[in-house]
Design a protein around this ligand. Structure first.
Ligand SMILES: *Cc1c(COP(=O)(O)O)cnc(C)c1O
Length: 373
């Protein structure tokens, strides 16, 4: 029995076309800056997001680390969400490796940090305090699209107070697809259309609003001095992220990447996978969003489950009341049915290239059969 793996959008296998692109990639030694495939990817993603330059990174964690350290010196601090990846999920790297102090703030339910909290966290220039240098935001955050007006307001506030702005856009293209869909439809009826189940319908379908998706990605990125994007999440590449910013910023980040052990040699094979993903897997993220909506719809109405309406490709389902005691048994049941998820009391299902409508229906049926028993 093959599994329906909803644990993360990082579990995707490279497609046959992506593997072919990797094998065909012209290669050099990127530490000498002469790997043509790495250079092409860096030029492409920088231009796509409206930055001067970009740097290919093995992971999103290293990309964010190099970004924070390129913005901040020892004794500086960055303002960040309490649950943001750049604070909670990166091993404390900015503090451990850069002596940069995080200033975490609580999130609002929609993922935003209150402007008044940001304002209050910016320290005066006084020897008692770390120097507040940077605001980092994450979009999407927990699968939620930060409202664009909020992104503009928060980054304008930071700029007015002399802070740099970094975007952890691991899932920036999911945000762009969701933002384009919001713009393109009546906001009271923003649900994306359902998609078919056949493998042929899951490939590289392009949408008529494609131009708008790229425009939205650029609009979000334009609010920031730097942005990190992952190729290894919904875009389906086996590995890799890119850090984007000004030429000077990227030159500083390049030195830090080397120091962190991230100077890679014939990395063009990996960069080619990322370029293929940018060419073929951006607009199809709408299909992942539609499948997440279908999954959420299928799970509604089961006693003991509270299903959050997904905005992108992540569905959260809370176990409430008596259902909480059944958490471990539910996990076992789902695993036995070949459905893999994460979370104990707050279940997380992530849709991606390697799950289709049949996998979604199987997950729904597996949950329903557990609660029907
Ligand atoms: C996954 C993720 C990262 C880190 O990416 P890795 O490649 O796993 O290091 C950073 N930020 C966010 C928001 C992520 O989801």
């Amino acid at each position: 029995m093959n599994t329906a793996d909803f644990r993360s959008d990082t579990v995707t296998q490279p497609t046959a076309d992506m593997r072919a692109a990797m094998l065909d990639a012209p290669l050099g030694d990127d530490v000498f800056a002469d790997d043509p495939s790495v250079n092409a990817l860096q030029d492409k993603i920088a231009a796509m997001l409206g930055f001067e330059a970009a740097l290919f990174m093995p992971t999103g964690t290293q990309s964010n680390l190099c970004g924070i350290l390129a913005h901040c010196q020892r004794g500086d601090e960055y303002i960040v969400g309490q649950l943001a990846h750049t604070y909670r999920w990166e091993g404390g790297g900015a503090a451990v490796l850069g002596s940069v102090q995080p200033q975490p703030l609580n999130h609002q339910p929609d993922g935003t940090l209150l402007l008044s909290d940001i304002e209050a966290a910016i320290k005066p220039d006084d020897a008692h305090f770390a120097k507040t240098k940077l605001l980092t935001l994450e979009n999407t955050w927990g699968g939620k699209l930060l409202p664009f007006a909020y992104v503009q307001a928060a980054t304008e506030l930071a700029k007015a107070r002399g802070l740099s702005r970094h975007l952890d856009g691991a899932r920036l293209f999911n945000a762009a697809v969701a933002q384009a869909a919001l713009k393109g439809t009546d906001p009271t009826d923003a649900a994306p259309p359902l998609v078919g189940d056949g493998p042929g319908q899951r490939s590289t379908r392009s949408g008529e609003r494609g131009g708008d998706v790229y425009a939205q990605a650029r609009a979000i990125a334009s609010c920031f001095d730097s942005a990190s994007v992952c190729f290894s999440k919904g875009l389906g590449a086996p590995i890799g992220s890119a850090l984007c910013g000004s030429k000077d910023f990227i030159a500083r980040a390049h030195r830090i990447r080397k120091m962190a052990g991230g100077g890679m040699r014939q990395a063009g094979m990996l960069a080619a996978a990322a370029t293929h993903a940018l060419d073929h897997h951006v607009l199809r993220l709408a299909e992942d969003h539609a499948l997440a909506a279908r999954l959420a719809q299928g799970l509604r109405g089961i006693a003991g489950l509270e299903v959050e309406a997904p905005q992108t490709n992540i569905v959260f389902v809370d176990l409430v009341g008596a259902a909480r005691a059944q958490s471990a048994a539910l996990q076992e049941h789902l695993k036995a049915q070949g459905v893999l998820i994460t979370g104990l009391y707050r279940l997380r299902f992530v849709t991606h290239l390697d799950v289709d409508g049949a996998a979604v229906d199987r997950a729904v049926a597996a949950v329903r059969s557990f609660f029907a028993a």
